[in-house]
Ligand binder design. Structure first.
Ligand code: ADP
Ligand code: ZN
Length: 641
């Protein structure tokens, strides 16, 4: 989903680190050669037995030598009695050469004696020079190899040592992304426009004496396009883009994170004007009080970050953008004026935003005539930009799989289901009984939604299992975006959610695990109604709950006395059981409709909202006495089950 960190230009950080790593490489090369020489000597000595020069001289005098090899630093010799042994058992000796000895004369003397002289040294005088040359070449070779290896290991790798920057800093000279690539998010773009203007011409601001914000915080759910926006700012301003993730700063060793922060800002200063983007800043910027758990490494990194932000001269044109989806846990110091004091909300897109996002992502894709992006946008309420990008790509892949030249509406609808509900899992085998329960369960949801006049129409019901574990689902398609919900609407939603379980109980007299997710959602909704929206009688207008992780998922946590908490629980329970009873009653009244639709769904596996509505509408016309039969048919069903 997030491909923002792919294909970065090669990071320029080697420049900053060269002197240090060069010295390390030199030292390591020297050590390697030293070790190599020592090992070589050890091997040599293990192959030859050491002898004194006297012994050598005696053997020579006795004419006992078979072979002599004169090296620069030693003489290796084989005696006649050893030479007669088989090659594997021969024992050669070595001895040093006395300083100033004339090896040339020695060689000649040996030749005269008829001894075989192997590997006779070329020119005694050059040998030291040769030796030096030999070491230089070897040193160069090893050094070159080492540099190659360290480069390979991306950046400084093992050679850089612990304190050096291993963080994945990515610099893109040109992001190639502009505001045109970011759909919707008009408010965010507007807030960022000033920063772009500033980067274009920092001097203009400096002349007046205006100080521009050094940093801005992009706040929003994952996948809403925060990284994309930051890149677009760099693209619009035509400046380099540095990006790093907050979690890259956090390391096991104290001090590493801080040194990385220092590095990052040093590099940025070299190419200013530029943008520094810190993704997931909450990883470093977590509040330093212990509530969310912090440690000294993180604290030190944060301090360094604060120092760097205060330290850099904004007139040079460095702007620091950071992204987070948990602004509430950030350290207050980070949000102080002069630091990340601007907060730019990157919202989940609304209908128009989703439509625009789909348009952006289908720009380069061949679309068939029948494609209606608006329908897809309507169906994807709650989806973020990344989901939509994914959806379009899946659709394109599907079109290719089906050997078509263009993407059609069906591709898009199917991928929508893939993205929302996981790939269709054709091989989940349900027993007939399970299938019946699932069908009734889903129709239970759908009927409540269709029968209650406040409710959104149902667009599709299916009992084809999906990989996410949903055995079937009912898809509701809102006609228009809603930001305000009335009590009645929420109650209907609650009833729709418990509709599945109610159908199970009414028809089969069983309770199944299939309703688990429904129950969770219904409970969460009821809890919100009681603890946040002031919609319960017992508590009235009081809101003991507050929202945590606003941008991740809306989850209420209670901040009140235990008695109130217990009261909230009781109210929630009451709300849910009332809803369940109401729905059971409703389904009993419409029992024959429930049976009809469920059987139809069982035979077709997937039915549309229109098909459902024809059944619902027909019921109103033809069987006004629907209420007469519930008892009998229920008994029938139970006996069958
Ligand atoms: P975030 O940083 O908020 O988690 P990203 O910026 O990484 O999200 O978004 C991931 C991908 O989703 C982007 O690369 C882009 O393809 C797509 N995307 C997200 N929001 C939008 C948008 N508003 N317009 C177009 N594409 C978007
Ligand atoms: Zn359900």
């Amino acid at each position: 989903m997030d491909n923002s960190h792919n294909n970065p230009d090669k990071s320029p950080k080697e420049d900053g680190k060269k002197p240090k790593s060069l010295i390390t490489s030199l030292i390591i090369t020297a050590v390697i050669i030293l070790v190599f020489t020592m090992v070589y000597n050890m091997i040599v000595s293990s192959r030859y037995t050491e002898a004194t020069y006297t012994q050598f001289a005696q053997e020579m005098e006795k004419g006992n030598l078979a072979e002599v090899e004169i090296r620069n630093d030693r003489i290796i010799y084989l005696t006649k009695d050893q030479a007669t042994l088989p090659a594997g058992q021969q024992k050669a000796y070595y001895t040093g050469i006395p300083l100033g000895a004339d090896t040339l004369a020695l060689g000649n003397q040996l030749l005269d004696m008829g001894v075989e002289v192997v590997d006779y040294p070329i020119q005694e005088d050059n040998s030291t020079l040769l030796l030096i040359l030999y070491y230089v070449v070897m040193f160069g070779g090893v050094f070159f190899l080492m540099r190659m290896i360290t480069k390979r290991m991306s950046g400084d790798g093992i050679m850089g040592g612990m304190g050096a920057s291993k963080a994945k800093v990515y610099m893109e000279k040109q992001t190639g992304v502009t505001f045109k690539d970011v759909a919707g998010q008009d408010e965010a773009k507007e807030s960022l426009q000033e920063i772009i203007d500033f980067l274009h011409n920092p001097q203009k601001y400096a002349d007046i004496g205006a100080k521009l914000p050094k940093g801005a915080l992009l706040v929003g759910s994952p996948g809403t396009g925060k990284t994309l926006l930051a890149k677009a700012v760099a693209g619009e301003a035509n400046v380099p883009f540095f990006s790093i993730s907050g979690s890259d700063f956090v390391e096991m060793f104290v001090g590493v994170g801080a040194s990385r922060v220092r590095d990052l800002f040093q590099q940025a200063a070299k190419v200013a004007p530029c943008i520094i983007f810190i993704d997931e800043i909450d990883a470093v910027g977590r509040s330093r009080d212990s509530r969310y758990g912090s440690n000294s490494e993180q604290e030190q990194t944060l301090n360094q970050l604060l120092g760097e932000i205060d330290g850099f001269d904004s007139s040079k044109g460095i702007v620091c953008l950071a992204a987070t989806n948990r602004p509430e846990i950030l350290d207050k110091a980070l949000l102080r004026p002069g630091r990340f004091d601007r907060r730019i909300i990157v919202d989940r897109p609304n209908l128009q935003g989703r439509l625009d996002t789909l348009k952006v992502h289908t720009r380069k894709i061949k679309l068939a005539e029948d494609v209606d992006l608006r329908k897809i946008a309507q169906a994807t309420a709650g989806a973020v930009g990344a989901d939509l990008a994914n959806l379009v790509n899946e659709a394109a892949l599907r079109a290719v799989r089906h050997k078509r030249k263009a993407v059609n509406q069906e591709d898009l609808m199917v991928s929508f289901e893939t993205v929302i509900a996981g790939t269709e899992k054709k091989n989940t085998v349900l027993t007939d009984m399970e299938k019946r329960i699932v069908a009734y369960h889903e129709v239970g949801h759908a009927l409540v939604a269709a029968l209650e006049n406040h409710s959104q129409p149902v667009s599709k019901i299916t009992i084809v299992p999906h990989t996410t574990g949903a055995l079937g689902y009912t898809m509701q398609m809102p006609e228009e975006e809603k930001y305000l919900h009335t009590l009645q609407e929420l109650q209907t939603e609650l009833r729709t959610l418990v509709g599945g379980r109610a159908a199970e109980e009414v028809v089969f007299g069983v309770q199944t695990t299939g309703a688990a997710n429904d129950i969770q959602r219904a409970t969460a909704l009821a809890k919100n109604m009681v603890a946040q929206y002031g919609m319960s009688k017992a508590l009235g207008l009081m809101a003991p709950g507050s929202v945590s992780h606003q941008y991740l998922e809306t989850q209420t946590y209670l901040d009140c006395s235990q008695e109130t908490a217990a009261l909230v629980d009781r109210e929630v329970q009451k709300m849910l059981s009332t809803a369940l009873e109401q729905v059971k009653e409703l389904l009993r009244q419409h029992r024959s409709l429930l049976d009809e639709v469920s059987l139809y769904l069982l035979s077709k596996e997937t039915i549309t909202g229109e098909e459902l509505m024809t059944y619902v509408n027909r019921e109103g016309e033809t069987t006004p006495a629907a209420q007469e039969t519930p008892e009998t048919s229920e008994n029938q069903e139970s006996s069958e089950a």
